[in-house]
Design a protein around this ligand. Structure first.
Ligand code: CAA
Length: 258
């Protein structure tokens, strides 16, 4: 039996998904992306999970779409087969916080997968690139859209048109990642952060994620209105009353995730 292309484990209220094609530097074929999508949806539906982490190996988060598989595909193969749309985009349906823990290469689709997560924690060894131009291809899993929104047009054009690779410090400076940590601490720091986040009220986390993502989709006026309504809706939540009363009572809140 072939080994599963992903491994899924639980750490308290955190679901940890490990991409598991080390010999191919976690190249993202359909089997892996189907399994990743299923694991994400299953953790998203699980009331005992509050945050999700996606990670790879020490050498590669993921080196991109699987070039060996794609090399002979035709336009009809990818158009009728819904390449990317059918499985890669499942991550957009996830309403809980998703953290990418990146060591080594995050290239092409691997960089795009990290960009589709809510927070990126980079190990010092992390390297980010959208090198599709070298293949006469194009970043097609959100790279040309999410990268400029993350780091601005100048840096994004440089990366997309020249295949420039960013090291972790550059990625941090440009705002592509949230934090840089030593490689040996990547898993521990990420799980600690995910555990902290998963301890907060789940519906509040979901509302914040929805609201922050709205910043990329809406005008400022519409975004502010969305945020205001999301804030108003917090007053319908038992957790918000518990959180505020616990503060006033000088005790730790007990959230019911309701
Ligand atoms: N697809 C398929 N196989 C890949 C792969 C990929 N994206 N990246 C690496 N591999 C395979 C290699 O073919 C190699 O396999 P063999 O041992 O069988 O030869 C194995 O993984 C190890 O790779 P290397 O020997 O190349 O390792 P390296 O350390 O010398 O180099 C690397 C690492 C710089 C990441 C290099 O592998 C590389 O450039 N990979 C391709 C990166 C790339 O172009 N990604 C974009 C893909 S297109 C895309 O993602 C489109 C999209 O937007 C969805």
């Amino acid at each position: 039996m072939s080994e599963s292309p992903i491994l899924s484990t639980r750490h308290g209220r955190v679901g940890l998904i490990t991409l598991n094609r080390p010999a191919q530097l976690n190249a993202l074929n359909d089997a892996l992306m189907d399994a990743l999508g299923q694991a994400l949806l299953s953790l998203d539906a699980d009331p005992d999970i509050g945050a999700i982490v996606i990670t790879g190996s020490d050498k590669a988060f993921a080196a991109g779409a699987d070039i060996a598989v794609m090399a002979d595909w035709t336009y009809m193969d990818v158009y009728q087969g819904g390449f990317i749309t059918r499985n890669w985009e499942t991550i957009r349906q996830v309403r809980k916080p998703v953290i990418a823990a990146v060591a080594g290469y995050a290239m092409g689709g691997g960089c795009e997968l990290a960009l589709a997560c809510d927070i990126i924690i980079a190990a010092e060894s992390a390297q980010f690139a959208l090198p599709e131009i070298k293949l006469a291809m194009l970043p097609g899993a959100g790279g040309t859209q999410r990268l400029p929104r993350a780091i601005g047009k100048a840096k994004a054009m440089d990366m997309c048109l020249s295949a420039r690779m960013l090291n972790a410090q550059e990625a941090d400076r440009y705002g592509l990642v949230s934090r840089v940590v030593p490689d040996a601490e990547l898993q521990a720091v990420t799980l600690k952060l995910a555990t902290q986040i998963a301890g907060y009220s789940l519906p509040a986390l979901m509302a914040i994620k929805e609201s922050v993502n709205r910043a990329h989709e809406a005008s400022l006026t519409e975004g502010i209105l969305f945020e205001r309504r999301a804030l108003h809706a917090r007053f319908a939540s038992a957790d918000a009353h518990e959180g505020m009363h616990a503060f006033l009572d000088k005790r730790k809140p007990v959230f019911q995730h309701r």
